[in-house]
Write a protein that binds this ligand. Structure first.
Ligand code: MIG
Length: 799
C-alpha cells in the first residue's frame, strides 16, 4: 500500500452529478461522495478517493437489496448544502467541508459528523460522529462488558481469546466475531449504522472523548449504511434485509445439546447419551469435539471412535443427533486425502509473496488454510462435508475459524498473506473478519447439496451449522456460540448482554456455553446458568478439558432434579420457541429481546441489560449473583403475572422477586397467549397432539402460531401450518379468535387445551356460540376446556 497520504481539502465548488449510478454524487478535491437511497429508511454512503480502485463487492450484503424507495429520492442543492431526501430520511452534505448529517422522518438529526473530520486517505479512513446526550449504543455483535456500548472501545478483528470477559481481560477489545453495526437509541428513537469493511476497524464510542464516536479502518474508502429507524424493530429488520437472516433450522436445534471437550471415545459418548435417557433428562444432540478425529485430520474419525456410522445410527435410534467439529486448518500431510484434493484445487491461502501456501501450526501441527474467499474453493470444501454426512452426522461445528494460528504472535494468518478472491487478489488483512463466515458458508452449502437428493426428510435435511467466527451476515450461514467463557458469575452476567446485542446485530440464534467452558462450575452457578439458558435460542452445555464434569448429574441429585425440571420447561416451550424462530427468519426479530425492543421510550427499560423478553409474552429476570435468593426486577408499564404463582402485578415499577435456588423470576404479560406442549425426551418426527394454550387476562393479545414438519424443506413451498390467534379482553370475560389456517402442512395438533388463567369462578364458554363444557379449578384459578383443532376459523367466548 502506498505510504504517502494527503489531506483532502474540499474545493470551493463541488459538483453534483445526478447522472452517476448513485442518486447523489459529489466530487470534492480528491474525494467522491456517492449516496444512494436503498429504501425510504436506508441510505448507503460511499466515500472514496478520486480514481481509487472501485470498492470490492461485499460478502456481507445481499444483492440485489430486496426493497426500494417508495418514490424516487429527491436530490437538491441549496446554497451551501447538497441533499438527498426520501419520505423518511434526509442526508445533507455541507459543501464547504464535506461534513454531513442524517436525519429521520421527523427531521431529527440521528447521525452527524463532527465537522470536517471525515477523512479518507490512501491508507486509512476515519469517521467521527457526534454522540448526543442520552444517546445509547447497542449491537456491535459479540461484545463483552456493558450492555450499552457507549463509553467503550471495540476493535473488530476476529481473535481467539481464551477466557474472554472483562474480569479476565479488563481491556479486551477483540472477540471471535465482528459485526460493525450499531443501533443507536435516543429519546425513544432508534437508528442504525453499519460500516461494511471486513478488515480491522476500531470504534471508540465516546470513551476517549465523551461525545465523539470515532470509527477508523486501514481502508482507502468508506462504505456506510445509515438506517433511519425510527423503531429498533425497523432498524434490525432493515439491517437483516441488507445482510440476510437465519434460515429455518431443524426443530431439534432448539432442544438441549450436551457437549464436552471432549467425549474422548465412543464408549464415553454413548454412555453420556445413555445416562441422559436413563435419568430422563431431555436432550437432542451430543457433540464430537476434536478427539474424535484421526490425529486432528478434519472430516475423519480415528481409532477411538470405531465404526462411527454404526455409533451414530445407534444414537439416532434413541433420538440423538451427533454434531462434529471441523476446523479450517488442513493437516499438512501428503498422505491425507483432504490435503491432496485441496492441493489439486490450489485451494490454500498463499504466503505474502504469493509463491507458496502459507503454513501455520494448529491442532494437527503444520496446516494449510483453505482460501474460502474463492467460490471454487468453497465448492470444493462443501463437497468435503459429505464424508461426515455419509456417516450420519446431523450438524457441523466450525471452530478456530478466525482463523486461529498457534505459532504466530498475532495468533492468526499473516495479514500480508494473499487471497485469490473471485474478484482479484486481496491481502488477508483486508478480509480477515469474513474468513470464518465464508468457511461456514461453504459448510452450509455442502450440507444443503449433500441432502438434496434424499427423498425422505431426515435430521440432516435442514443444515445445522455453528460458527465461532463471523462478520455481518453470518446469520445466513450459521448460528453462533460465544466461545470460551468461564464458569464464573461475571460471565453469566456477560453472556446475557452478549446474546442480546448479538440478536440486535442479526445473529439471533446464539448461545453461550452453559455452565462456562473454562474452570470448574459450582452447583449453584450451574443451576442459575441453566435457568437462564433455557430461554436462550442455542442451549448447549459445554466444558473444557481437565475441568470438573458438567453434565447435569455431575453436581448431585438436587442439582440434577432442578436441571431436569428446567429442561422439561424448555421442551414444553418448544412450540412457542419454534414460532419465534420462524418469526426471526421472516422479519429478523430476535427471539430473545432486550426490554428496549418493546419499550424504547422508557429510559429504565432501555438501560436494563439484566432482564430480557422472550418473544412478546415472557419476561425473564435471571439471578446473576452468587447466594441471591431474591432480585430486583423492573416490570415495564402494563400488567404482568408472576409465571409461578399467577399473582397479578402492576408494571411501571421495580419489584423484589422471590428467587430461591429453584426459582428464576419469570413474568408473563397480561393478555398473552402462551402455547405449551407436553414434555418429552427429544424432538421426534411428529409433534404432540395436544397444545396447551394459556390465556392470561388483563389485556388484548395475539399469537402467531407456526408449525411445520420441523425438518424438511417443504416450508419453502408452502408446507406450513400458520394461523393467528387473537385474544380480545371484554369487560366480563373474553374472546379468542382463531383465524383460518394457511399452508399445506397437515397440523399434528388435534386438540387445543385452552387454559383460561386468573379465573375466580366457573364460567360459561362457547365455541362458535355453542356452549361447551369446561372445568374450573378454584385452587389454580384455571378454567380448562378442550377444543378440537380444525383449519377453518373459529372463536371461543367466555363470560
Ligand atoms: O483451542 O476443540 O472454543 O469450544 O472445545 C481450543 C477444542 C479449541 C476452542 C473452542 C472450544 C472447543 C476447543 N476449541
Amino acid at each position: 500500500m502506498p505510504k504517502h497520504t494527503t489531506r483532502h481539502r474540499p474545493s470551493p465548488a463541488p459538483t453534483v452529478d445526478p447522472s452517476s449510478a448513485a442518486d447523489l454524487r459529489l466530487d470534492f478535491d480528491g474525494l467522491t461522495f456517492g449516496v444512494e437511497a436503498l429504501s425510504d429508511d436506508l441510505m448507503r454512503v460511499r466515500i472514496s478517493q478520486h480514481n481509487a480502485t472501485p470498492i470490492p463487492p461485499s460478502w456481507a450484503v445481499r444483492s440485489p437489496f430486496p426493497a426500494k424507495p417508495t418514490v424516487p429520492p429527491r436530490v437538491g442543492q441549496r446554497r451551501h448544502v447538497a441533499e438527498l431526501a426520501t419520505p423518511e430520511a434526509t442526508l445533507r452534505i455541507r459543501l464547504a467541508d464535506g461534513s454531513w448529517e442524517f436525519s429521520d422522518r421527523y427531521g431529527w438529526t440521528v447521525f452527524q459528523s463532527t465537522s470536517s473530520i471525515t477523512g479518507v486517505f490512501s491508507d486509512r479512513a476515519r469517521l467521527a460522529l457526534r454522540l448526543e446526550p442520552r444517546e445509547a449504543i447497542f449491537g456491535l455483535g459479540e461484545t463483552t462488558g456493558t450492555f450499552n456500548r457507549r463509553g467503550t472501545i471495540r476493535e473488530f478483528w476476529n481473535s481467539d481469546v481464551l477466557g474472554h470477559a472483562p474480569c479476565i481481560h479488563p481491556h479486551l477489545r477483540q472477540l471471535y466475531a465482528s459485526i460493525p453495526f450499531a443501533l443507536s437509541l435516543r429519546d425513544g428513537r432508534a437508528a442504525g449504522l453499519f460500516w461494511d469493511f471486513p478488515g480491522r476497524q476500531i470504534w471508540d464510542i465516546g470513551s476517549t472523548h465523551r461525545d465523539v464516536w470515532s470509527l477508523q479502518a486501514p481502508a482507502d474508502h468508506v462504505d456506510l449504511y445509515l438506517f433511519a429507524g425510527p423503531t429498533p424493530y425497523r432498524v434490525v429488520q432493515r439491517f437483516t434485509d441488507l445482510t440476510g437472516r437465519h434460515w429455518l433450522l431443524p426443530r431439534w436445534a432448539l432442544g438441549y445439546h450436551q457437549s464436552r471437550y471432549s467425549y474422548v471415545n465412543r464408549a464415553e459418548l454413548e454412555s453420556v447419551a445413555r445416562q441422559l435417557r436413563r435419568r430422563q433428562i431431555p436432550c437432542d444432540a451430543v457433540y464430537c469435539d476434536i478427539h474424535h478425529q484421526d490425529k486432528h485430520r478434519v472430516f475423519t474419525f480415528g481409532r477411538s471412535f470405531p465404526r462411527p456410522a454404526a455409533m451414530i445410527a445407534g444414537l439416532a435410534r434413541r433420538g440423538f443427533r451427533v454434531v462434529a467439529i471441523v476446523n479450517p486448518g488442513v493437516k499438512n500431510d501428503p498422505s491425507f486425502g483432504v490435503l491432496r484434493r485441496g492441493l489439486r484445487h490450489d485451494a490454500f491461502v498463499k504466503t505474502p509473496s504469493g509463491r507458496r501456501d502459507f503454513i501455520g501450526r494448529v491442532w494437527p501441527g503444520d496446516a494449510r488454510f483453505p482460501d474460502f474467499t474463492r467460490s471454487k474453493v468453497r465448492d470444493w470444501w462443501s463437497s468435503e462435508q459429505r464424508a461426515l454426512l455419509r456417516l450420519g452426522i446431523a450438524g457441523i461445528w466450525n471452530d478456530m475459524n478466525e482463523p486461529a494460528v498457534f505459532d504466530r504472535a498475532d495468533k492468526t494468518l499473516d495479514p500480508q498473506c494473499l487471497h485469490h478472491t473471485d474478484t482479484g487478489p486481496r491481502r488477508h488483512g483486508e478480509i480477515h473478519n469474513v474468513y470464518g463466515q465464508l468457511m461456514a458458508q461453504a459448510c452450509h452449502q455442502g450440507l444443503l447439496q449433500g441432502t438434496t437428493n434424499s427423498t425422505e426428510p431426515t435430521d440432516q435435511t435442514r443444515p445445522f451449522v455453528i460458527t465461532r467466527a463471523g462478520y455481518a451476515g453470518m446469520q445466513r450461514h450459521a448460528i453462533l456460540w460465544t466461545g470460551d467463557n468461564s464458569a464464573a458469575w461475571s460471565h453469566l452476567d456477560d453472556a446475557l448482554q452478549m446474546l442480546l446485542n448479538l440478536g440486535l446485530s442479526g445473529v439471533g440464534f446464539c448461545g453461550a456455553d452453559v455452565g462456562g467452558f473454562l474452570e470448574n462450575c459450582s452447583a449453584e452457578l450451574f443451576v442459575r446458568w441453566l435457568q437462564m439458558a433455557i430461554f436462550t435460542p442455542f442451549l448447549r452445555n459445554h466444558s473444557n478439558l481437565d475441568t470438573a464434569r458438567q453434565e447435569p448429574w455431575a453436581f448431585g441429585p438436587e442439582t440434577e432434579e432442578l436441571a431436569r425440571r428446567y429442561l422439561n420447561l424448555r421442551y414444553q416451550l418448544l412450540p412457542y420457541l419454534y414460532g419465534l424462530l420462524e418469526e426471526m427468519v421472516r422479519h429478523g426479530t430476535p427471539m430473545m429481546r432486550p426490554l428496549l425492543w418493546r419499550y424504547p421510550n422508557d429510559p429504565v427499560a432501555v438501560a436494563c441489560g439484566d432482564q430480557f423478553l422472550l418473544g412478546d409474552a415472557l419476561l425473564v429476570a435471571p439471578v446473576l449473583r452468587q447466594g441471591s435468593v431474591a432480585r430486583c426486577v423492573y416490570l415495564p408499564q402494563g400488567e404482568w403475572f408472576d409465571f409461578w404463582t399467577g399473582q397479578r402485578l402492576v408494571g411501571g415499577a421495580h419489584r423484589v422477586a422471590h428467587a430461591p435456588l429453584d426459582i428464576i423470576p419469570l413474568f408473563i404479560r397480561a393478555g398473552s397467549l402462551l402455547p405449551l406442549a407436553a414434555r418429552r425426551s427429544f424432538v421426534g418426527p411428529t409433534e404432540p397432539e395436544t397444545v396447551f394454550l394459556h390465556v392470561w387476562p388483563g389485556d388484548d393479545g395475539r399469537l402467531d402460531w407456526y408449525d411445520d414438519d420441523g425438518r424438511s424443506r417443504a416450508h419453502e413451498t408452502g408446507g406450513w401450518y400458520r394461523r393467528s390467534i387473537h385474544h380480545h379482553q371484554r369487560s366480563r370475560g373474553g374472546r379468542l379468535v382463531f383465524d383460518a389456517a394457511t399452508g399445506t402442512f397437515p397440523s399434528s395438533t388435534r386438540t387445543w387445551r385452552i387454559a383460561l388463567r386468573g379465573q375466580t369462578r366457573p364460567i360459561r364458554v362457547a365455541l362458535d356460540r355453542e356452549v361447551v363444557g369446561s372445568h374450573f379449578d378454584a385452587e389454580t384459578g384455571l378454567v380448562i376446556l378442550d377444543i378440537p383443532n380444525r383449519r377453518q376459523a373459529f372463536s371461543v367466548d367466555w363470560r
